[in-house]
Design a protein around this ligand. Structure first.
Ligand code: DHB
Ligand code: FE
Length: 280
């Protein structure tokens, strides 16, 4: 059976792509942020996963406000990076873990979830940034296949934190019942605190971000029992992306070991954090 070898969480701010594309990641402004990813990159090299499940939200690039699925599961054999308006980026396409995608979609429906199933779709910075932060930029092919899972965190009603948690439990069940010996990492993405719009545009909450990173592993019940409105209040309207980390956390065991955390404020307009978890 396939095996979950780790759960990683990270912000997915799009200017991280820009910093990498322009080669300014070692400037005094960016270096402290990128330094936090040396450990996760090394961890990936040592643990050699075959598949990365990437949980993220689309930001109006592959889907728009005319059709807003709450959850989407990718079952494609290839995903092209979305062109977000600046032309194609110099990164390879992503190979899809098609069979695991179908297996997960089927398991979700069996457990009374109703996802959209995507056979042809692009992946935006929500997926591109975590992949590059954790795996570096490959010459010609990414070292893992991906299973992308999109969560609507853009247009209310977004799913509840508890619902994201429940989906993570099904994800674990799907991976552990998948016939194969693939080593799977789960990447929860988004956050930490940020608000890009409205009266509170520019809102950051360092204290809440640090609390998140300090207790996400040991006390996930606290975070999954909060309401969506609590997330918006504490982390900002876009900071509510953090509910996607709960999918990853629920797929991990109750007892986990925190191998690494990092925090940097701000990356663009966001409190930027990452975490690396292993099952204890
Ligand atoms: C920013 C952060 C995000 O998570 C995002 O999707 C877009 C922009 C930002 O801080 O600029
Ligand atoms: Fe985002």
């Amino acid at each position: 059976m396939a095996e979950i070898i780790g759960g990683l969480g990270t912000s997915h701010v799009p200017s991280i792509c820009v910093a990498l594309d322009k080669g300014i990641d070692q400037t005094p402004q960016w270096k402290p942020f990128f330094d936090g990813y040396d450990y996760p990159k090394q961890w990936m090299k040592e643990h050699k996963p075959d598949i990365a499940v990437v949980i993220f939200n689309d930001h109006g690039n592959a889907m728009f406000l005319d059709r807003v699925p709450t959850f989407t599961v990718g079952v494609a054999d290839t995903y092209k990076p979305s062109d977000e308006g600046w032309g194609p980026r110099a990164i390879p396409d992503f190979a899809g873990a098609e069979d695991l995608g179908w297996h997960f979609a089927d398991k979700l429906v069996e457990r009374h979830f109703d996802p959209m199933i995507a056979r042809e779709i692009t992946v935006d910075h929500g997926c591109q940034v975590p992949m590059e932060l954790f795996f570096g930029r490959p010459e010609d092919a990414w070292p893992v296949k991906i299973l992308p899972i999109w969560v609507n965190t853009v247009q209310f009603p977004i799913p509840t934190p508890q619902r994201c948690w429940d989906m993570g439990r099904v994800l674990r069940e799907a991976i552990e019942s998948f016939p194969g010996d693939e080593r799977v990492v789960i990447l929860g993405t988004g956050g930490l605190s940020h608000q890009l719009q409205g009266a509170r545009a520019g809102f950051l909450n360092e204290q809440a971000d640090r609390d998140w990173l300090a207790t996400f592993a040991s006390d996930p019940d606290k975070w999954r029992s909060m309401s969506r409105e609590d997330y918006v209040e504490k982390f900002g309207s876009e900071g509510a992306e953090l509910i996607m980390w709960l999918v990853m956390r629920a797929a991990m065991q109750q007892e986990v070991t925190v191998k690494h955390t990092h925090y940097h404020l701000p990356a663009s307009m966001t409190g930027a954090g990452c975490i690396v978890l292993e099952n204890a």
